[in-house]
Write a protein that binds this ligand. Structure first.
Ligand code: NOJ
Length: 758
């Protein structure tokens, strides 16, 4: 029997009958043992101690407007049961010790935003998603967990599974793009990668799904803004990835800043109690986002802190991130009968359950070991995985006259302020990454080609948050000098490689932009480089889809390399010189102009659709812009080419649910290079009781083809894939005609029709 019995005495302290410590001493993680252990512990907790478990504090103001004061004291007196953002190993150890010296020795949940790697940094999540490689993505999360748990973290605020359709929003870089099906697969992979098979394993990092819910739909792409959408759209397009992550066993979930159907998420009982817990069966705990309880007052649904905290706990929130509203007011609300002790107990129990599952009661230090950390961090294998991830995330957007890949001995003029800066290969969310280990693009190219010269070419300071005002401050004559130098360098080279795009501070939280084009100084530079007549390869660095249509004409080839992480230069050089044939496919549509936003592939038709080649009068279009995107969802070129045969269907008229339908295509590599293709399957329901999207991704397969090789790819089409939410939010399929599309992206497809009746 591992559980130590705890007895309450009238004088208010605990006698542990079997031994002094309340820790359980072995691996008994069955629910029954856990419940018994926690019940015993809670019977002996004071109300203050219970409220302490609902409190999450941070010494760090890197990811929010302020830090918590007096953290050590709060941990010591039990009023801060959880912490995030401890950034030094020493401080980590002392805080774990402080918790271990409290009356009940309740260990800390100890979190951090580990978003795309801890020390070894992988490409930003939006980039990673372009690999469509969930096995690899899971591995990146596993490596992050191994590195982070060795320095004492047991919780990460990841994955962000918000569906994003508006690239003005700076946080699109943190998610997996616009598609709910692919987003769900990636969400599951990340949860599995972080948490491993069992939370109690010492390298398991508890995952926190965020931001529940619909945060990606902030109006006008402005961070923290209102969202407003139909229930059908919520269920159909936005909720699926959260649900998949819940089903994958994520042990915690974070509230979003926005409102959902009129009620801010942090106060939304429907969201957290009815949907998440009752309908989806979520068993973990709910944490607010930063200061979100206090912000309920700004939203205008609470008059004061007391009311805000009451609304949050009533909604089903268990833990308060830094606002300290719960700890400050719930006692009084309990006295006044506005909240019940059961509510407080339920929240406290859920937090303690997470601690128990993590094995923290057995060992509050868990995997903390500076020696181990040194061994498992930034290893050669981790860097290799970072390289693989960067390679697979790169999307070839343009390759005129097949100027890529370059010959190894090509004389290269490398230009751009982002080409030789280690930290710039990271993102706002990789502040823990070790920049000293980054292979810059210059160094990566140098390893494979000694014929490279480099100049900055533009003044945009890598560390400056770009905005119009900063730009106006640039010294025009200095800028001209730098451009001239770049042009001189270019004139003596065979090829220009220009590394241009957004610098680190231009995407991430609170980094919304109304203009998502290239900074003007970079555009001018690109223009001048093109004017030299030398071929230009543009390596685009970005945290979001950008409006680069006009600038593309100044480049012969464009590779979107996102923010590639630790092994940036090695990956980029391999792609430039053809050691790796790019295979990434966009997971977010690139608009031609900001005016088209929101623009996404799985949109509805209209009553007056614009059909290219037909009348433009009184149809759904713009008078000054095309409807079509610059690059659609799923788009990405290769150094080789693939041709698709027509689709063969095993049947075109099906009846009842016992039937199976197989759709097949033959794909041939018609080019000179071996290459990987992501074969994408989309479906459309032609007539239904509610308007359905023109296309929805339902499956995909990645295949490797040698030059000249043909492979048949077959997909099973299931009734499950035909289901959707009707106007009563019933999830089912309806009889009728469907179209199946198979192709290389969401637009370039073959199609076939079938009918399936009940
Ligand atoms: C605010 C962000 O919205 C959230 O994603 C993050 O996890 C927290 N700050 C903590 O850093």
């Amino acid at each position: 029997m591992y559980l130590k019995t705890i007895k309450y005495t009238g004088i208010g302290f605990f006698i542990f009958i079997l031994c002094y410590s309340p820790r359980c001493s072995a691996q008994d993680i069955s629910k029954k043992d856990r419940d018994k252990y926690i019940s015993a512990m809670m019977r002996n907790m004071t109300l203050d101690e219970k409220l302490g478990q609902l409190n999450l504090v941070t010494p760090m103001a890197k990811t929010g407007p302020f830090a918590t004061k007096n953290i050590n004291l709060k941990i010591m007196d039990g009023s801060a049961g959880n912490v995030y953002g401890i950034l030094s190993a020493g401080s980590m150890h002392s805080k774990l010790m402080l918790a271990d010296s409290t009356r009940l020795k309740i260990p800390l949940i100890n979190g951090l935003d580990i978003i795309h790697g801890y020390k070894t940094i992988f490409p930003i999540p939006l980039g990673l998603s372009c690999s469509w490689d969930t096995i690899m993505i899971e591995k990146t999360a596993r490596v992050a967990a191994i590195e982070a748990t060795a320095v004492g973290y047991n919780w990460t605020f990841s994955p962000m599974v918000d569906i994003t359709r508006d690239p003005r929003w700076g946080r699109v870089m943190e998610g997996s793009g616009e598609d709910p099906y692919l987003g769900g697969l990636i969400a599951r992979a990340m949860v599995k990668g972080y948490q491993g098979p069992d939370l109690k394993n010492e390298t398991s990092l508890m995952s926190c799904i965020k931001h529940f819910a619909m945060y990606g739909a902030a109006e006008a792409g402005r961070d923290y803004n209102t969202t407003d959408m139909s229930m059908i759209s919520m269920y159909q397009n936005y909720l699926p990835p959260y649900k998949v992550a819940v089903d994958a066993g994520a042990a915690s979930i974070m509230t979003s800043f926005n409102e959902v159907d009129g009620v801010p998420a942090t106060a939304n009982k429907w969201l957290f109690t009815d949907l998440l817990r009752n309908e989806w069966g979520f068993k973990g705990f709910v944490v607010t986002d930063f200061n979100a309880i206090q912000e309920l007052m700004n939203h205008g649904v609470a008059a004061d802190t007391k009311e805000a905290a009451r609304l949050a706990i009533n909604a089903g929130v268990d833990m308060d991130m830094v606002s300290e509203s719960m700890i400050a007011t719930l006692k009084q609300s309990l006295k006044e009968g506005k909240v019940t002790i059961n509510q407080i107990d339920d929240a406290c129990r859920r937090v303690l359950e997470a601690k128990y599952k993590l094995g923290l009661f057995q060992n509050p230090y868990r995997n903390y070991s500076p020696d181990k950390a040194a061994k498992v961090t930034l290893t050669a294998e981790n860097k290799l995985l970072a390289k693989e991830a960067a390679l697979k995330s790169i999307v070839l957007l343009k390759n005129d006259n097949k100027i890529l890949p370059l010959k190894k001995e090509t004389k290269i003029a490398l230009v751009g302020n982002l080409a030789n800066n280690q930290r710039e290969m990271f993102s706002m969310w990789s502040f823990t990454g070790d920049a000293n280990n980054v292979v810059t693009i210059l160094n990566g190219i140098k390893k494979q080609n000694s014929n490279v010269t480099f100049t900055l070419g533009t003044q945009v300071n890598n560390d400056t948050v770009f905005n119009r005002k900063n730009f106006e401050k640039y010294d025009a004559s200095e800028q001209l000098k730098m451009e001239d130098e770049a042009v001189n360098l270019a004139q003596n080279a065979d090829v220009i490689v220009a590394v241009l795009g957004e610098s680190l501070g231009m995407s991430g939280e609170a980094k919304s932009r109304t203009d998502i084009s290239l900074p003007d100084c970079q555009r001018n530079l690109l223009k001048k480089l093109k004017a030299t007549g030398k071929p230009v390869v543009w390596l685009l660095i970005n945290g979001r889809p950008m409006t680069i249509e006009a600038d593309m004409r100044y480049a012969d080839a464009v590779l979107d390399i996102w923010r590639p992480g630790t092994s940036a230069g090695d990956a980029v050089a391999d792609v430039l010189f053809g050691n790796y044939n790019p295979s990434g496919k966009l997971t977010m549509t690139f608009p031609r102009s900001v005016g088209q936003i929101p623009i996404y592939y799985n949109h509805k038709n209209t009553g007056r659709p614009y059909i290219p080649g037909q009348t433009e009068k009184f149809v759904s279009n713009y008078i000054d812009e095309q409807n079509s995107p610059l690059f659609p969802f799923g788009y990405g070129l290769s150094y080789t080419s693939f041709s698709y045969s027509n689709i063969t269907l095993s049947d075109t008229l099906l009846q009842g649910d016992k039937r199976t339908l197989i759709a097949s295509v033959q794909i041939t590599n018609t080019g000179k290079y071996a290459g990987e293709e992501t074969v994408q399957l989309y479906l459309n329901d032609k007539v239904a009781s509610v308007a359905r999207p023109v296309k929805e991704l339902k499956n995909f397969r990645k295949i490797m083809l040698q030059p000249g090789e043909t492979r048949e790819v077959s997909f099973k089409i299931t009734l499950e894939q035909l289901k959707f939410y009707n106007s009563s939010l019933k999830y089912n399929w309806e009889s009728g005609a469907f179209t199946v599309y198979i192709g290389t992206d969401s637009e370039d497809v073959k199609e076939a029709k079938f009918t399936w009746n009940k």
